[in-house]
Design a protein around this ligand. Structure first.
Ligand SMILES: Cc1cc2nc3c(=O)[nH]c(=O)nc-3n(C[C@H](O)[C@H](O)[C@H](O)COP(=O)(O)OP(=O)(O)OC[C@H]3O[C@@H](n4cnc5c(N)ncnc54)[C@H](O)[C@@H]3O)c2cc1C
Ligand code: SF4
Ligand code: SF4
Ligand code: SF4
Length: 417
């Protein structure tokens, strides 16, 4: 009888619980033994065909499940800026202040190609694509809060070419592990997005079905960060092929509601402290929530970006982009914990696997909430309204002047309630 192969160097040694679905293991496997498929909740997970595996260990070297194989990411950036794209034409459709487009345009002007996540409206799949013309950058603009297909990334990057790649920290971290020390990837600049987590296909497919019930003509454009109400009270806007529109703010739209519960994200997102506290990228982008209280009305309506500069390469690109944006340097404040729940809601995930519609699933979920959670939901909605903003503006000086321990106590009270 033949002995069973010992495959202690493949990614299979650890369960797929912490797989982020980046697919980079598939790209580096010399035996073509790895494939990526969707799990029962619609998240990409890697699978090894053990009959093909040669136990070379290449996949472990790039995989997030084995953080000990690579030096930890940088935690403290060299510099940090807050600002926005100069023209409304770009700032308005961007998720925060449009820094991503400023960087991407600058990159293209300097001979780079840009790789970002584009939503395919035929399949509703998200995929990283290459853009080499500024007028095509709208294809990748805006945050889409579900997993993008990243496994073809290495075949998209021509060796010795100049590229800027934008993605979630786990995708960018995996790519960094592959390209580090390789001369042929010297001109690749990596940009990641501070990331709270991603939804799986189950939730997205249900949303697409819900849209079909509302309007049969089909979706032309879907914007998960629409600012019609304001940047603070962002929402979901869908433009249908017949010109009609759907808009609900983030407290009402069922897909954004599920996203914002943070309880139907992929497993790995709940334990993603490495990527939340540090970055393998040259630059990190995020929403600049909480900055510029003096201009609160204007900026809370239109959006502000923050960039964290980690490397010289990143600094060079950002400096060149400065003629497209208004920005000012700010002190870096680490985001340690937003107080998001660190548990998945198995009832919600189970419901997303059934044939039930998204709206009825959300209603069942809402009914199951405790009175405390219902109150918290209402309170956070109030905090995003114009009324609250004008109230804050009026009493801004008083609120900001409160002693630190009182502010800390109030914050704790709000978070825990
Ligand atoms: C899944 C996800 C979660 C996020 N969570 C937070 C958060 O909790 N707090 C916070 O401050 N910021 C978060 N961000 C970042 C934020 O939403 C903005 O992307 C960021 O502020 C840049 O905005 P912008 O206006 O400069 O660019 P935008 O024009 O909005 O461009 C964003 C870029 O993100 C890329 N992208 C979009 N969706 C995906 C995706 N699913 N996977 C990979 N790349 C994608 C696009 O290629 C595009 O280039 C998140 C982003 C994503 C994608
Ligand atoms: S490299 Fe990425 S896709 Fe492959 S097992 Fe690791 S986390 Fe999963
Ligand atoms: S150990 Fe090597 S051959 Fe086996 S799955 Fe990993 S990369 Fe492929
Ligand atoms: S939260 Fe972490 S694991 Fe989840 S998509 Fe974002 S970077 Fe990846």
């Amino acid at each position: 009888m033949r002995n069973k192969k010992i495959l202690d160097k493949s990614i299979n040694v650890k369960s797929d619980h912490s797989c982020v679905g980046c697919g980079v293991c598939q790209a580096v496997c010399p035996a073509g033994a790895i494939s990526l498929g969707l799990d029962k909740d619609g998240f990409y997970k890697a699978h090894v065909d053990e009959s093909k595996c040669m136990n070379c260990g290449r996949c472990q070297e790039v995989c997030s499940k084995f953080p000990e194989k690579f030096p930890p990411p940088r935690e403290i950036p060299k510099k940090s800026y807050v600002g926005y794209y100069r023209t409304e034409e770009i700032r308005w459709p961007s998720s925060s202040g449009g820094f991503a487009t400023a960087l991407a345009e600058t990159a293209i002007e300097n001979g780079y190609r840009v790789i970002g996540a584009e939503l395919d409206y035929k399949t509703f799949k998200l995929e990283h694509v290459v853009i080499d013309k500024k007028e095509n950058l709208s294809r990748i603009r805006g945050s889409k809060y579900f997993q993008s297909r990243f496994q073809d990334i290495l075949s998209r990057i021509n060796k010795n070419g100049k590229y800027v790649v934008i993605g979630t920290p786990c995708q960018i971290g995996a790519l960094r592990k592959v390209i580090t020390g390789k001369k042929e990837y010297e001109d690749v600049i990596l940009v990641d997005l501070y990331c709270a987590g991603v939804l799986g296909r189950n939730a997205v497919d249900k949303f697409v079905d819900y849209m079909k019930e509302i309007n049969k003509s089909g979706i032309k454009i879907m914007n998960m960060r629409d600012k019609t109400s304001s940047w603070l009270l962002w929402g979901m806007k869908v433009i249908f092929k017949d010109g009609k529109q759907y808009y609900r703010n983030k407290y009402v739209d069922p897909l954004l509601y599920v996203f914002r519960t943070r309880q139907a994200l992929q497993d790995a997102c709940l334990e993603c402290d490495t990527y939340k506290n540090g970055s393998y990228a040259d630059l990190r982008l995020r929403d600049a929530w909480g900055f510029d209280p003096k201009k609160i009305n204007e900026d809370f309506k239109k959006g502000l970006s923050q960039v964290l500069v980690y490397t010289d390469k990143g600094e060079e690109l950002f400096s060149k982009a400065k003629n497209k944006i208004f920005c000012r340097e700010v002190e870096f404040l680490a985001v340690k914990d937003f107080g998001y729940p660190r548990k998945r809601n198995y009832q919600l995930l189970e419901l997303l696997r059934t044939n039930s519609g998204l709206v009825s699933i959300v209603n069942i979920y809402k009914r199951s909430l405790s009175i405390r959670d219902k109150f918290r939901h209402k309170l956070s909605y109030f905090c995003a309204t114009d009324f609250y903003i004008s109230f804050f503006k009026r009493f801004e000086k008083v609120l900001l002047a409160l002693p630190k321990p009182v502010k800390k106590f109030l914050k704790k009270l709000l978070r825990e309630w």
